[in-house]
Design a protein around this ligand. Structure first.
Ligand code: GLN
Length: 185
């Protein structure tokens, strides 16, 4: 498979490394023209306001709203995929969920946790950095994981979103899930 990582901002190289570790081809995506060559796209974490601005500027909002490319968003990438961001209209609106930003505290409150994720046998190592959580899910969305009653992983058909940063660890199981169970749907 040829999996792109949106390379405008955030943890791009880390995701590319994980795609390669899963024995698939990783592409740094900088232009909308590259989207046509892909089987799936990762939207990395970073800062979602900046990320949304850059995506609009480079034409990704329009292209991705129309596209049915499978997508996997981590942290800020999850926010970008949501239908509703704290009561405001979402951006790509691919996941029928409401997200709340920065819901685990500030940068200094960053933490790591082993997470039970539906569909993955071993606990998944997750790093939370100013992470959002999913306040509510609506029709068509499956909850894949929670921490302290907060939803932190969801899937809706070809779209996958997690609050944390699996790419900052050596654990490739979330990426493998995306490629094998979401892209290959
Ligand atoms: N707090 C950031 C935001 O709202 C997301 C943080 C992250 O991606 N690590 O965009």
């Amino acid at each position: 498979m040829r999996i792109g990582v949106l390379a405008l901002q955030g943890a791009v190289r880390e995701h590319m490394r994980q795609i390669e570790a899963c024995d698939h081809e990783a592409v740094a995506v900088k232009t909308v023209a590259q989207l046509e060559t892909l089987d799936g796209l990762v939207i990395p974490g970073g800062e979602s306001t900046t990320l949304r601005r850059l995506m609009t500027l480079y034409g990704f909002r329009e292209a991705l709203c129309e596209s049915s490319l499978p997508m996997y968003g981590t942290c800020a990438g999850l926010i970008v995929l949501a239908d509703d961001i704290e009561g405001e209209e979402g951006y790509l609106k691919k996941l029928n969920i409401t997200v709340e930003r920065n819901s685990f505290g500030r940068q200094v409150d960053s933490f790591e946790s082993m997470l039970d994720i539906e569909g993955i046998e071993q606990p998944v190592e997750g790093v939370f950095i100013r992470a959002p959580h999913i306040q509510s899910v609506r029709e068509g969305v499956s909850v894949l994981g929670t921490i302290d009653d907060k939803i932190i992983a969801v899937q809706q058909g070809r779209y996958l979103g997690v609050s944390f940063h699996p790419e900052l660890t050596e654990d490739t199981s979330m990426m493998r899930y995306f490629i094998e169970k979401v892209v290959s749907l």
